[in-house]
Design a protein around this ligand. Structure first.
Ligand SMILES: Nc1ncnc2c1ncn2[C@@H]1O[C@H](COP(=O)(O)OP(=O)(O)OP(=O)(O)O)[C@@H](O)[C@H]1O
Ligand SMILES: [Mg+2]
Length: 230
């Protein structure tokens, strides 16, 4: 079975002058193609840090990450960027949309970066924004969208390239229950239709239960929870 994502001996220590924060060390994680994984953990446990390392957005203090079979440390910055754009979709805890572009342009951008012609990129972005209920807001810039609308735009952007793996940092955290359920269902649809793996950080245990595996980050260790513990 091929792996969407793999981490071995992963460690992260933040060093600010003499202040050192050891977030975790020696973490192992393997996410199979098509597998869905929830990551639970208290605030400050290191969940965002872990996702950033898995997504190649930050460099580990020790250890290695493989994305779609490619070892990140073997790649140049440019190659890493291309692999990220092609194989990963990221929904950040804070949305990171480009403020000067419309919702439509924000979602089109990763498709254009792949070399897709503009009309096709536009159509795919539009279809996806419609399916997250934003068909009427595509010309709005992030500053002209509500928090939940921004998050839905970010989810559309993460899914638009049909990545091998979506990394979501509380991807439905700011949404009302109904919209959260809808956006979550959409990620599960993509998982079923395209075998896209999902690694989702969440505080919502009812959401976590619907994924294949639930891991908890606690005291710098990643532990698999039994269904009865979730
Ligand atoms: N740039 C940084 N410099 C120093 N310490 C940092 C930095 N970023 C995060 N930390 C520390 O690392 C730890 C883990 O942070 P992280 O953001 O990964 O937590 P989290 O599990 O995502 O929390 P939350 O649920 O609140 O989002 C925290 O104690 C935090 O203070
Ligand atoms: Mg976080």
């Amino acid at each position: 079975m091929s792996e969407a994502l793999r981490a071995e001996g992963l460690a992260k220590t933040y060093a600010e002058g003499s202040l050192k924060t050891h977030v975790f060390h020696d973490l192992q994680l393997s996410v199979a193609e098509g597998e869905t994984v929830a990551i639970l953990g208290a605030s400050g446990a290191g969940k965002s840090t872990l996702l950033h390392l898995l997504g190649g957005l930050d460099v580990p203090t020790a250890g290695e990450v493989w994305v779609a079979g490619q070892r990140m440390s073997d790649l140049s910055d440019a190659e890493r960027g291309r692999l990220r754009n092609r194989a990963l979709g990221f929904v950040y805890q804070f949305h990171h949309l480009l403020p000067e572009f419309t919702a439509l342009e924000n979602v089109m951008l990763p498709v254009l970066l792949n070399g897709t012609p503009i009309p096709e990129a536009r159509q795919r972005a539009k279809d996806l924004l419609e399916s997250v209920g934003l068909g009427h807001r595509i010309e709005h810039k992030p500053g002209e969208l509500s928090g939940g609308e921004r998050q839905r735009t970010a989810v559309a952007r993460a899914l638009v390239n049909k990545p091998a793996c979506v990394l979501g940092d509380e991807p439905t955290g700011n949404l009302d229950e109904k919209t959260a359920a809808h956006v979550f269902a959409q990620m599960l649809d993509l998982n079923r239709a395209q075998r896209t793996s999902l690694v989702l950080v969440t505080h919502d245990r009812s959401l976590a239960r619907r994924l294949d595996r639930v891991l908890e980050l606690h005291d710098g260790k990643l532990r698999e929870l039994a269904p009865s513990e979730v």
